[in-house]
Write a new protein. Structure first.
Length: 309
């Protein structure tokens, strides 16, 4: 199994994590172990790395690449379970956590995973193949108003209502099974003169993928707990790929830095909420011109770093 993936913002992320050679690090989205491989280069013999991914193919590739290293533990799980995973390893605190969100190019390029509108495949889109719900279930089973909400909110698609309507009309004739069938439905739902900004299916696929993998919910539920797991000076680095994810990270970091909910006219804080640390970079770090040239995936990437007090 070859999991080829050009790691995004590699240098910036490693610098941002400010790695302590004997520290404990968690990579919550191991993928092809590109970032993890670089973290390992910075760790001494006393350091430790816990790599997590929910995708079996990613786990197999990572095992091949870094699994022999005795500083490494590889776990197939969802990163939302990091607190429990560390607890099970009797680890209280760590020095850094990395999330490089979304799908990998390996997942996108593996036809039968159904992530890409560019190849004909069964509607699947699960990152964790053990999961029951697939894109097929969403497309054929969700009520029209739910489909509309998902495509509008997660895809930021202007024609969400029409797409949802056409999906429901088509599936009444026969179940929608493949990506190409779905592409056709989306195409007919968007007026030709309005089809701009990439492939017409792009936004709808993003929406269904986010829903299928609960991507935003998992991210939202994880950030505060991850900050709580850091040692003083420890860092959380998160790379996002669209505005919905980035907004969640930005808001969570801001709240962790300044959690006070007292009205602004109060002379002093009475809510008792204490800052957990500081946002290291007020503006997100984006890819350099050089990286953009050789890795198109880095175009929308934004890196935000939080440091625990
Ligand atoms: C962009 S890739 C990571 C690439 C990796 N940083 C590298 O340099 O090779 C994202 C990976 O995160 C995994 N992933 C996404 N969300 C996850 C989650 N909630 N829990 C565990 N793994 C997740 C995906 O399966 C995918 O393998």
């Amino acid at each position: 199994m070859i999991f080829e993936h050009k790691s995004v913002l590699l240098k910036e992320t490693i610098e941002g994590l400010d790695i302590k050679p004997d520290g404990i690090y968690v990579d919550g989205t191991l993928g092809g172990a590109g970032h993890s491989g670089e973290i390992l280069k910075k760790l001494s013999k006393g350091g430790r790395l816990i790599g997590i991914d929910q995708d079996e193919a990613a786990i197999m590739t990572a095992r091949d690449r870094i699994g022999q290293d005795e500083r490494v533990s590889i776990v197939r799980d969802n990163y939302e379970h990091v607190p429990g995973i560390l607890h099970g390893m009797q680890i209280d605190k760590v020095d850094g956590i990395l999330l490089d969100l979304g799908v990998s190019s390996y997942q996108l390029d593996t036809d039968d995973r159904g992530f890409s509108y560019k190849s004909d495949a069964p509607l699947d889109m699960r990152m964790d193949q053990r999961q029951r719900i697939t894109a097929r279930e969403i497309v054929n089973g969700y009520e029209e108003r739910e489909l509309f909400r998902i495509i509008r909110d997660y895809g930021e698609e202007k024609f969400a209502q029409n797409i949802a309507k056409h999906i429901v009309l088509e599936r009444a004739k026969k179940p929608i099974e493949t990506t190409y069938e779905l592409n056709e439905i989306i195409k007919t739902s968007i007026p030709a003169r309005m089809r701009q900004d990439g492939h017409p299916s792009k936004r709808t696929y993003q929406a269904i993928r986010i829903e299928c993998n609960r991507e935003l919910e998992v991210l939202k539920n994880s950030i505060e707990g991850m900050i709580d797991l850091l040692n003083g000076g420890g860092r959380l680095a998160i790379i996002t790929f669209h505005s919905l994810e980035d907004r969640i990270v930005k808001t969570a970091y801001r709240t962790a830095e300044d959690p006070c909910i007292c009205p602004p006219n109060f002379p002093q804080c009475v809510c008792g909420r204490v800052s957990k640390g500081r946002v290291v970079n007020k503006k997100p770090i984006t890819a350099s011109a050089k990286e953009l040239e050789c890795n198109s995936r880095s175009k929308s990437a934004k890196l935000r770093i939080f440091e625990k007090a």
